[in-house]
Design a protein around this ligand. Structure first.
Ligand code: CA
Length: 221
């Protein structure tokens, strides 16, 4: 597990760096937001421990610079601010968890281990691609601004493919994820769901979003 630690207080940075190394993590440490974005452009990290109040570019700026979705690192935000609005802002900006200073090092470790156990997927509520906008919490999909009327299975299929863009899902794997492994439905029924989602997208002017990989499955690239 590789961590980028971003903290401007030298004392706290040194203490956390030592502690995280002793706990078995590989750690790079940055003292401000610009340095953090340079590390992020050059290396891949599993996690970022990110202070919000930073010189040059603050923690929100670092969050905004992260790529959306895909294999972005999980972000644990550290902040002296304990306002609910800061916490909500950080989570909305893409943070995965939030820890208010002062905290016990054991708690930081516990949160990092919890983040590692989360399934690798985008945690964002709103997923967008090529004119299609899916709001997972409002259970709503628009294509080119037109609301789409999707069945729960159609919605689940589109959400799955949008959350894991670039990943090819076999029919059996889609079936298991959107219908549950105990479902009576067959692999074949996934073709029907895909066909129907494609038709509804096409009616709204969105063609070719869901691609077929012959013999492998479906994806949104
Ligand atoms: Ca700070």
């Amino acid at each position: 597990m590789k961590i980028l630690l971003v903290e401007d207080s030298q004392r706290l940075r040194t203490t956390l760096e030592r502690g995280l190394r002793a706990a078995g993590f590989a750690v790079d440490a940055a003292a401000d937001g610009i340095e953090a974005t340079r590390y992020l452009a050059a290396y891949d990290y599993d996690h970022i421990v990110l202070d919000l109040g930073l010189p040059r570019l603050d923690g929100f700026g670092v969050l905004r610079a992260l790529p959306a979705g895909g294999t972005r690192p999980r972000v644990l935000v550290l902040s002296a601010r304990d306002q609910v609005s800061d916490r909500v802002d950080a989570l909305n900006a893409g943070a995965d968890d939030y820890l208010v200073k002062p905290f016990a090092f054991e708690e930081l470790l516990a949160r990092l281990h919890a983040l590692s156990r989360r399934p690798a997927e985008s945690n964002m509520d709103v997923l967008e691609c090529a004119g299609v906008r899916l709001d997972a919490s409002a259970r709503r999909v628009d294509a080119n601004g037109t609301p789409l009327n999707l069945t729960p299975r159609e919605f689940a299929l589109l959400e799955l493919l949008l959350r894991h863009r670039g990943h090819v899902f076999a029919r059996a794997s889609i079936l298991e994820r959107i219908a549950g492994s105990a479902s009576e439905a067959s692999d074949r029924s996934i073709e029907v769901v895909v066909f129907s989602v494609r038709r509804k997208l096409a009616d709204a002017g969105c063609m070719g979003l869901i691609e077929t990989r012959r013999g492998a499955g479906y994806l949104i690239p």
